[in-house]
Design a protein around this ligand. Structure first.
Ligand code: GLU
Length: 333
């Protein structure tokens, strides 16, 4: 009897252990529900969950306050993956901006880039704002702490010589900004986001008339020149037919990237990378912001070393030659 008991206990423990080993749960940090990170995380999680029998991985998505939050949560192990702006990935890895005090986040790893994002400045017609230089004295949402856009709005303001103190700044989440703008409680807001975004549709299709403000001119060109992670970008006017704009909007762009940490296992990162790249045709159809995605451009805009699990896939798929050799660290790295 005693022996049978021991045997049963042994089997139970074995079963539990196998059960635990059976499925690994991973969480992907995204952004606000009216942005593009949230559906991006959703699309990636579905791709991997469709193959849960093969990989024994289940992914879930979390709505978060954005890039900076996601990088920090990945670094402290609260999340396995996060979507983060390419400029924020660069700053985290190099210990700049929000990471200046804590220093370089050298355990950060990149997997791939996703859609392009544009620094988007939206203003009500009543505010009289037509150019970024008109923001002095206005009530402007610069972005919440934890978001990618907060540093972007500070950068473009400082490029054109506007002090943060010269405007009446708000620091709320992008998801709240269209409502505040439509209620006349702010004059403008910044959001770094892929297009078309539900958030900008909401902001431009309400009762009050709204314009997307170009972020351009010699001072902005100089900023782009001085910072490796910024590039010129254009927001197609047709994405927002009810905005007052008559032409496409020139602004500054970055990329959404998919990041993880060196402590996430190779098998998990390999599986996600493989599913995303092998389902690229379907992925492109899921959101107009993904239309421009290609195997090649998804390997650009990264600055943290590529996770060995992703590298394993890139080697297998013959993509390794398109990767900046600086990003290829040894397997132990
Ligand atoms: N770029 C924003 C951020 O880093 C998020 C945009 C989105 O959710 O699509 O906070």
């Amino acid at each position: 009897m005693k022996r049978l008991g021991t045997l049963l206990l042994g089997l139970t423990l074995l079963g539990l252990a196998c059960g635990e080993r059976d499925t690994t749960f991973v969480t992907i940090g995204t952004g606000g529900v009216t942005g593009v990170y949230y559906p991006t995380g959703g699309a990636i999680s579905r791709m991997i969950n469709n193959k849960s029998e093969t990989y024994k991985i289940k992914a879930t998505v979390e709505s978060t306050s954005g890039s900076v939050f996601n990088i920090n949560a990945v670094m402290n192990g609260d999340l396995e993956f996060g979507v983060a702006q390419s400029d924020r990935q660069y700053q985290a890895y190099n210990g700049l901006a929000e990471w200046a005090e804590r220093g370089p986040q050298s355990d950060l790893r990149s997997a791939f880039s996703v859609h392009p994002e544009a620094i988007t400045l939206v203003a009500s017609e009543a505010s009289g704002i037509k150019a970024i230089t008109d923001l002095r004295g206005k009530r402007v949402n610069l972005g919440n702490p934890g978001s990618g856009q907060l540093q972007n709005s500070k950068d473009v303001l400082s490029a054109v010589g506007i002090d943060e103190e010269e405007i009446s700044a708000e620091y709320v989440k992008a998801v709240e900004a269209p409502g505040l703008l439509q209620d006349g409680r702010i004059d403008a807001f910044f959001y770094t986001v892929g297009h078309p975004a539900g958030n900008i549709k909401e902001a431009t299709s309400g009762r009050i008339k709204v314009r997307i403000i170009p972020i351009e001119g010699p001072a902005i060109e100089a900023m782009i020149e001085a910072r490796p992670y910024y590039a010129e970008a254009v927001i197609p006017r047709d994405f927002y037919p009810t905005a007052l704009n008559e032409e496409d909007i020139t602004t500054v762009g970055v990329k959404a990237t998919f990041v993880t940490s060196k402590y996430v296992t190779q098998d998990i990162v390999y599986a996600i990378t493989k599913e995303v790249f092998e389902n690229l045709d379907d992925f492109r159809e899921l959101h107009p912001a993904y239309k421009v995605l290609s195997e090649r451009n998804m390997l650009e805009g990264l600055s943290a070393p590529i996770h060995p699990g992703a590298l394993r896939y890139y080697r297998e798929a013959g993509l390794i030659e398109h990767i900046d050799p600086k990003l290829v660290v040894d397997q132990a790295g």
